[in-house]
Write a protein that binds this ligand. Structure first.
Ligand code: SAM
Length: 236
């Protein structure tokens, strides 16, 4: 399957059933048990990211690109903390929802800009580029191209999360595929952590921090990588 096919499928999904499903999961209304579990897991990934960024103490005025922003779960608190955030998503429905929520929470902030855009079409330079839970929609070869593009936008740091490929998770995924429920999503691709690290290193980045969120139904590895010549440094 070509990249265009993958992207068209993902875009159509997040403008239709995927929009309804994920808006509910990322929101605070009633959801079923599986969705609640995924909501809690995703909130942990957001909290890890915010924790790292706050820890550095330079969030005010920092330029951040949130690629594949969904309904703004990360962009909105980042803007609230004073960062200059450019948030984009391939789905216009997701961006529309994010804009509405941002308006309710923040009014009309000058430091938060939204755009409907495929992340590979993004241009500009940002201190930090963040891409959470997006790569799960693409095979590793496509993910490699996406990471390379995101790396070209990042002056200093990239933060990405993905579903790690482990024997146990591959097995759970197989079992899940035998029992496709009503909320069956697009294909979910897991990536080997060593592959993602190699891709980051090939693009001139090295890993600084990492985290893992595992609930019953949500598994997400998160990596912070900085440019090898950049000043930011932390210990792993
Ligand atoms: N990053 C957000 C978060 O963690 O709250 C949303 C994660 S959601 C599982 C995946 C999002 O990625 C969807 O909103 C989807 O529309 C977006 N997406 C998928 N492929 C994309 C692409 N090629 N470019 C930009 N956004 C994309």
């Amino acid at each position: 399957m070509t990249t265009t096919d993958d992207k068209t499928i993902v875009k159509d999904y997040f403008n239709a059933t995927g929009f309804d499903r994920w808006r509910r999961i990322y929101g605070d209304g009633e959801v079923n048990k599986v969705q609640k579990d995924i909501r809690i897991g995703h909130q942990q990934t957001i909290a890890t990211t915010l924790g790292w960024l706050r820890e550095d103490g330079n969030l005010k005025g920092l330029s951040i690109c949130d690629a594949g922003c969904g309904i703004g779960s990360l962009s909105i608190p980042l803007a609230q903390a004073g960062a200059n955030v450019f948030a984009s998503d391939i789905s216009e429905k997701m961006v529309g929802e994010a804009q509405q929520i941002a308006k309710q929470v923040l009014g009309d902030p000058s430091n938060l800009t939204f755009a409907v855009r495929d992340l590979e079409q993004l241009t500009g330079k940002y201190h930090t580029v963040i891409c959470l839970d997006v790569l799960i929609h693409y095979p590793t070869q496509e993910a490699a191209k996406m990471i390379a593009h995101l790396a070209s936008l990042a002056e200093s740091r990239l933060i990405i999360s993905f579903a790690p490929k482990t024997v146990l998770l591959s097995l759970l995924k197989k079992i899940g595929e035998f029992f496709p429920g009503p909320s069956k999503t697009t294909r979910a691709y897991q990536h080997k952590e060593s592959d993602i690290i190699a891709i980051l290193e090939n693009n001139g980045f090295s890993i600084q921090r990492n985290g893992m969120t595992s609930t019953r139904f949500y598994f997400s590895r998160i990596l912070e990588a900085t440019r090898e010549n950049s000043q930011a440094s932390h210990s792993v």
